[in-house]
Design a protein around this ligand. Structure first.
Ligand code: DON
Length: 305
């Protein structure tokens, strides 16, 4: 497995030149366009690291998976999907377009920004700090890493420039989809997107989901089985925004991307994989990271289809 992962990094490094680091959040523009690293953590706790695996990056939209898990545990499936849909969207991740045209005003799914803001609003906690702590502790548990913290310069940058997310959240408040203080919900959303991790952390989170919600290192059931099943389904259909279909065909695993350049991939009953490559394609997904996952899927026969 080690040589397959190392080769996948080596063979796909050149792709970084065809993409660009996200710059709509000024702090993200400081990401290293040339970095490419990966980690596999399997359900027997074997770990393989390759390339620039020590790169530290912010989790960004990959956190939407953990927010959905917390929202489902805290509210139950029916209550969550009363406020957010479960259908893929063919629009960019930050689009507002469908909110107004859909009769219910419900965001299409929990992985576009609008849907993630709804799941954030549903996580238990009376204020932003309590909601943040709830999601933060789940991330610490799923990575088995108590040192996980926020990159405060990215957080301040997100908060300063997050006007599209503000527009989305206030629209949702106006449509009675979200309740309580909008600024509190947005603050939690910006802060969890700014949590700093490495590929090892993300691969371990993915391994828990791959292992039916059970942490492979402790055998603790961290995520209830039904919540875990729903999460994998939404990752499969909506994890890479408007290129989820292409990813399904070429890789074929439940996955989630983020504009920090990470892609988390779950291979049910086998392993969690994380790649980091801050150079992004036009959809906001890691360009070389996607190619690495395509090669791994071919070499290790990872597609679930
Ligand atoms: O909402 C935002 O703009 C970011 N903090 C997260 C977006 C993101 O990662 C989208 N992913 N591809």
């Amino acid at each position: 497995m080690e040589s397959i992962l190392k080769n996948a990094i080596k063979n796909n490094r050149n792709w970084v030149e065809l993409g660009q680091v996200a710059s709509y959040i000024p702090e993200l523009a400081k990401g290293n366009r040339d970095a490419l690293g990966a980690c596999i953590f399997d359900t027997d706790c074997n770990i393989v690291l390759a390339g620039d695996y020590e790169t530290r990056f912010t989790i960004q939209s990959v956190c939407k998976v953990i927010t959905l898990i917390c929202a489902l545990i805290d509210n139950g499936k029916e209550n969550v999907f009363l406020k957010v849909g479960m259908e893929p969207s063919a629009d960019p991740f930050n689009s507002l377009a469908k909110l107004e045209t859909r009769e219910s005003h419900k965001p299409l799914n929990p992985f576009i920004n609008a849907g993630a803001i709804v799941s954030t609003s549903l996580v238990s906690g009376d204020n932003g700090i309590e909601k943040f702590n709830r999601i933060h502790s789940m991330i610490k548990k799923m990575t088995d890493n108590d040192d996980i913290d926020v990159d405060y310069s990215v957080y301040r940058s997100e908060k300063l420039t997050g006007n599209t997310n503000r527009a989305i959240a206030y629209y949702l408040k106006g449509a009675n989809i979200i309740e309580r203080n909008v600024e509190d919900i947005l603050d939690t959303y910006f802060k969890i997107c700014s949590i700093e991790v490495t590929v090892k952390d993300v691969a371990k989170m993915a391994s828990v989901i791959a292992n039916n919600g059970i942490a492979p290192w402790s055998n603790e059931q961290i995520i209830p089985e039904e919540v875990n099943r729903i999460t994998k389904s939404i990752m499969t259909t909506c994890g890479l925004y408007d290129s989820s279909g292409e990813f399904c065909v070429n890789v074929g695993t439940p996955a989630k991307s983020g504009v920090g350049g990470c892609i988390m991939s779950v291979v049910p009953n086998r392993m969690g994989i994380a790649v980091i490559g801050p150079s992004l394609d036009q959809h906001g997904n890691s360009i070389a990271g996607t190619k690495v996952l395509e090669e791994l899927s071919r070499e290790l026969k990872l597609s679930i289809f």
